[in-house]
Ligand binder design. Structure first.
Ligand code: HEM
Length: 454
């Protein structure tokens, strides 16, 4: 492995080239992303992290892995863990052709022009207003745990888009709030890796199945909704139910379930990290500039607010909720990337955490939160190419435009009228806790105070 493997010339620690146990150790100790980033800083943009696995950190490599041929290389079996009801969904379909067929069924519901329609925008705005009302219902300098309410907001918005009028109303209903608490406080990292490495064992012990522990309640609810015939026409479920070549109900439920969970932690955690950062004393100017833009342009379309856009992009660059590698398999007969030949079936990936930091010509002072960098015309192409929060290509995030609308709407409704600051009672850690795919604050609590701007 160290000497004769076609990967033997790829830089990286010798021990990692000889056994996968090193990578497994970092996976189980929640250190995979940090370890890979440190290796990139030491060895450069191409690193061997296991006998048959290579990590890359340039836009050219990302383009080849995720965009070549439309949707890049096929996924690894890690994604099989995202089946629901023991049935494939778009995200867990490994190969290109069946994935493309699945994606076409719902793609029109997620394109920007559809998401920006009044039906959808108004739905998001109502929920953003409910979020602000919830955070400000008690008067005085009361601190509010936005971690929970942001997850409520994310799932209420997503399920409105997926299966209105039966979406969750966790910002207004205590029963739905309890479901969100259950979903957003789970810890899936070790269980998921166990399931990945010991697939056969888990097949016989399905009571430990990854999703079952956190999402049994919502899974049953979604299956019931899928069978209903009163779904609003603007939704993803309606699109699936009325497709000429309709999928069976388990496949539809699996798809809807996956989108529900895909839109929960991602948008919820991204907003949580971002609002926390904006509420620190050092961010007063960012809040002021944002408030000024919102107050001066109350009727400007949300997508034309350039400072709001810069805040969201910088938030996604610094605190992306999907920081870790998105693994793919090198196609038949192998490929050469960045001058390195990778044999067929080598596992290859990029991680957003490193793409967002490594090239200091594109992102000077990468550890600093500087929204203004997104307003500079020079270097704009390179910055946007390397911003990988939603990944890229035909398997990139289908919910990107919905997520951006949700984020912008919530910030607009909040910072048009309120100033936020970190509450003095806030002792929970906001350091990043890597889960299997997403990352969230370690403390799972974020206490902020809201003060009305008069
Ligand atoms: C800030 C919020 C979000 C972020 C950062 C994010 C990020 C991502 C990323 C990086 C991927 C690609 C993963 C991979 O290749 O392994 C992805 C895929 C996906 N996302 Fe998102 N996502 C967000 C919100 C949403 C929302 C709101 C929805 C839907 C309601 C959604 C639905 C999906 C689906 C269905 C896929 C799979 C696409 C496919 O396989 O073709 N995401 N997301």
């Amino acid at each position: 492995r160290l000497v004769l493997s076609p990967l033997s010339k790829v830089p990286g620690p010798a021990i990692a080239a000889t056994t996968r146990l090193v990578l497994i150790y970092h996976e189980f100790t929640r250190n995979r992303r940090r370890w890979i980033h440190a290796l990139h800083m030491q060895y450069g943009p191409v690193v061997r992290i296991a006998p048959n696995e290579v990590s890359m950190a340039t836009w050219d490599a990302a383009k080849e892995i995720y965009v070549s041929g439309g949707s890049g290389y096929d996924k690894t079996s890690l994604y099989k863990l995202f089946d629901s009801y023991e049935t494939e969904c778009m995200f867990s379909t490994l190969d290109k052709a069946p994935h493309g067929e699945r994606r076409k069924r719902v793609a029109d519901r997620y394109i920007k022009s559809f998401v920006m329609q009044p039906d959808v925008v108004t739905g998001m705005q109502e929920r953003a207003q409910q979020f602000v009302a919830k955070c400000t219902e008690k008067t005085g300098s009361v601190s509010v745990d936005i971690y929970v309410y942001l997850h409520c907001y994310a799932i209420d918005c997503t399920t409105y888009h997926l299966f209105d009028p039966h979406g969750l109303n966790s910002l207004t209903s205590a029963a739905d709030l309890a479901k969100v608490m259950e979903l957003s406080h789970h810890d899936d990292l070790k269980g998921s890796y166990m399931q990945y490495y010991f697939t056969e064992l888990f097949r016989f012990t399905s009571q430990f199945a990854r999703r079952a522990d956190r999402s049994q309640g919502i899974a049953a609810q979604i299956m019931n909704i899928v069978l209903r015939n009163d779904i609003a026409e603007h939704t993803v479920l309606y699109r699936l139910q009325t497709h000429v070549d309709m999928l069976d109900s388990r496949s539809i439920a699996s798809e809807i379930m996956d989108h529900t969970l895909a839109g929960l932690d991602t948008t919820g955690d991204a907003l949580c990290f971002l609002m926390y950062h904006l509420s620190l004393p050092a961010s007063v100017t960012f809040q002021e500039k944002l408030h000024y833009e919102l107050a001066e342009n109350p009727s400007t379309p949300i997508d034309d607010l350039s400072y709001l856009d810069a805040i969201v992009k910088e938030g996604l660059r610094c605190f992306s909720p999907v920081l870790t590698s998105l693994p793919r398999r090198v196609p038949r007969s192998g490929r050469t990337i960045a001058g390195v030949f990778l044999p067929e079936e080598t596992i290859v990936s990029c991680q957003a955490y490193t793409l967002h930091r490594m090239d200091e010509k594109v992102f000077p002072h990468p550890e600093e939160f500087i929204p203004e960098r997104w307003l500079e015309p020079e270097g704009s192409i390179e910055r946007n190419q390397l911003l990988s929060a939603f990944s890229t290509g035909g398997r990139g995030c289908i919910g990107k435009h919905l997520a951006l609308l949700e984020m912008k709407m919530l910030l607009k409704e909040t910072y048009s009228c309120y100033r936020t600051s970190v509450s003095p009672e806030m002792t929970a850690s906001m350091d990043v806790d890597d889960q299997f795919v997403t990352s969230r604050p370690i403390g799972r609590k974020c206490l902020l105070s809201f003060v009305k701007i008069v």
